[in-house]
Design a protein around this ligand. Sequence first.
Ligand code: SAH
Length: 398
Amino acid sequence: MTTTIDLYVKQQQIAKYKKGYPLIHNEVVTNSEELKKEGSIFNLRDQKNQFIAKGYYGKQNKGLGWVLSYKQNEKIDFVFFKTKIEQAMEKRKNFYMDPNTNAFRIFNGEGDGVGGLTIDNFDGYYLINWYSEGIYTFKDVVIRALDELGDYRAIYQKRRFNTKGQYIDDDDFVKGERGEFPIIVQENGMNYAVYLNDGAMVGIFLDQRDVRRVIRDKYANGKNVLNTFSYTGAFSIAAAVGGALKTTSVDLAKRSKSKTIEQFSVNGIDFEQQDIIVMDVFDYFKYAKRKKLKFDLVVLDPPSFARSKKRTFSTAKDYPVLIKDTIDITEKDGVIVASTNNATFGMKKFKGFIDKAFKEMNVTYKILEEHTLPSDFSVYPSFPQGDYLKVVIVQKIG
Ligand code: SAH
């Protein structure tokens, strides 16, 4: 029989938690030293010992744990998890029924009521991400819930909870019929090769689905396209399918080249008609300027932080410079798709970076559209920080 720990919220933080803020930070409770065992359940209480909420202890870089319920008597058990997952699946009914898309997120952490846990569906292969040792202690009930609810072929998992938040898994397979990787999933009628057994990044970032679609449908036809930080070239595929004259994909990682060739090939596109370049993007900008290359459409989707041999890059610091370099090699009336997944700043600040870059270059621009997370990446209203994705599509005027 496990006992529930009482955690006392500091006076000035109480209102925030009563309003539904779901993440417990170390400094908001007076007695966090009572939390010893990952996965243990606690009651948040105010200084008068009144119950506020119930949650679990699971250390992530984000905090100490997550609120799970506002009902004092609710048990955090199989029924709890099954209900949450069932509701989440119900919300994604349109995805399950979509004949052109079979890769989407089923469960998005706190957005679906359980922070630290995500579940993605890749054509019946489910991928669970456990973001703390604490949430991983609920593995058996989560799998049992999926057994009862899901119509899956196999379950894979990533345990992303060593001290640095790094990926540590050695065996990603959990149960079912082992996949033969790559599996080819569909997204709005396009194909993507996915590997669930080869590290934390599986080949495609599902949160950019809507952006890939608009690139294909609205911005690519007849255009010369540059895709920077291209990874497996997912944006390049969308552009090529959308009728781009040519795509150029640039990424520092050696393996990005074969991965990008593979993504073109599974879509029946001749990769030899495309440029796939293994190079530091900042060097590529210099090269493009020297060669006077210009592009009609440039996609910018850097990682939040990146360290290469030559430099450290942080979107929070360096995005304006990145946009300035991009403006330089964008054609008149060309379009820039500026994206970031850095959760430490919001859309307003991001648009500020864009504005700063254009002003400093003395170039005018027009915002054509903005995107945040797609609907399967549901966001909890009291935790808007959960919506980390910011994409702004801008047109260079003149
Ligand atoms: N835009 C991609 C995802 C990018 S992931 C997509 O939508 O699929 C980030 C990528 O940036 C990684 O593949 C990494 O190798 C690459 N990268 C990091 N620093 C880089 C640099 N300085 N120059 C080029 N690529 C870089």
